[in-house]
Design a protein around this ligand. Sequence first.
Ligand code: COA
Length: 337
Amino acid sequence: MPQGLTDVLEEWKCLEGEYEQLQETHRLYIQKLDEISNLQTKCTSSISRQRKRLKEVSQLVKNTGPSEEDAKTLDEVKEKIKARPNAFFEMEAFLPKKNGLYLSLVLGNVNVTLLSKQSKFAYKDEYEKFKLYLTVLLLLFSFICYFFVSYRFLDAIFNFLLVWYYCTLTIRESILITNGSRIKGWWVFHHYVSAFLSGVMLTWPDGNLYKSFRNQFLAYSLYQSFVQCLQCYYQSGCLYRLRALGERHNMDLTVEGFQSWMWKGLTFLLPFLFFGHFWQLFNSLSLFRMAQLPDCKEWQVMMCGLSFLILFMGNFFTTVAVVRQKLKTRKQKSKTL
Ligand code: COA
């Protein structure tokens, strides 16, 4: 046999061997996928069954009038019943579920559940990075528009970028929520309102009124981007530290270091956040005053004023509630130590 053919046959035999191995591995992979899919269905139906029965048991507990000795046992049961929904929530973060209305409308019925902790962290990390890059871009854009160029069409591009950014955030955050993130509903709603506000700003025709509000709006956008950079730094710091701890939701002794870092970060951030909130209130009052002017014909003035007012109220009250809740859990933790 010529030398060339021997080489080819040898190579081919080797390749065939590897291919058979690959086929076997792939068969195993498909089998495991089937097993996983069966387990997912089993867990999902078991959780909904448990939920239903938990409701019945809670009702039963409510209707029971125990003797003094039994009261302690009943209290223990009550505590356990209270903790169960959280456990179900954590389990469900690793199970495929039907998309909510918004995701179904935007993405269709594609499964967006990430099945491992690493991929969840990686997705959140990428979300924080995306926010940071876009925020830096918006910061530069608003800086250029504020200090150097004053063209309506550049303002329009800036506002369009804002609309796109906020719409993208709403999609990413819905995916994060499906994957077990505890982002409060308000922050997602905040991005819808902000997208609406930027859309209205985009359609505001050039004129004296637009010009008189333009600089105030750009200065506010500049400041907001700056605060968002700080916020991104704080939130990705939280994420990295939690990942390093290998912990997420349940805080225990090992998380003490994380807690003190979080408090330092939060107390540094809060004055900037509250200043931003009052700037939103100031914007809304300026626009309401502008809407009273006899030559104000544009509907955009009132709409932007209302949007800023809604943003101020939602941001301010939610931030206060978040800080109060964090203070409360900190006090409870120090009591139990
Ligand atoms: N946007 C998006 N996600 C947010 C968020 C926000 N503004 N605030 C909190 N989250 C997320 C967190 O990343 C966390 O997600 P995870 O469960 O996936 O880990 C979850 O919501 C719960 O966070 P929580 O513990 O309640 O708050 P925090 O410590 O991460 O952040 C604040 C607290 C006050 C710093 C934050 O809520 C914030 O920055 N709020 C102000 C925003 C604002 O007012 N912007 C306008 C500035 S002018």
